[in-house]
Ligand binder design. Structure first.
Ligand code: TYC
Length: 102
């Protein structure tokens, strides 16, 4: 809530028009070829997970088809997707990473 001083000096309560930024989930998709160890390394390197956290997320993706790596503002999510996709390509793995509005 914010107050706004009117010209006649009456203070009116004004509803805040500031909305929180839209947030985006970054998702990893399963495939049959990317090694499990590589996925764990990616989650540690780009999402600052411990080896244990990364292993849990990798296994969820492996079993369920997809999993959430994190939730970020649009530009941060887009950068993560690009970093992961580029790193997987460099290593010739088909690992897919996408973003989706939360
Ligand atoms: N399914 C892969 C395998 O059996 C492992 C894997 C996990 C691949 C997660 C991609 O996002 C992924 N080697």
């Amino acid at each position: 809530m914010a107050t706004h001083k009117q010209s006649d000096s009456v203070l009116e309560v004004q509803k805040s028009k500031v909305k929180p930024p839209p947030m985006f989930k970054v998702l990893l998709l399963n495939d049959d070829f990317t090694p499990m160890d590589f996925v764990v390394l990616v989650l540690q390197k780009f999402f600052n997970m411990t080896r244990e956290q990364a292993t849990q997320v990798m296994l969820k993706v492996h079993r369920e088809g997809m999993g959430v790596c994190g939730v970020f503002p649009r530009d941060v999510a887009a950068t993560k997707v690009e970093q992961v996709s580029s790193y997987a390509r460099q290593h010739q793995h088909p690992l897919a990473c996408v973003m989706e509005e939360n």
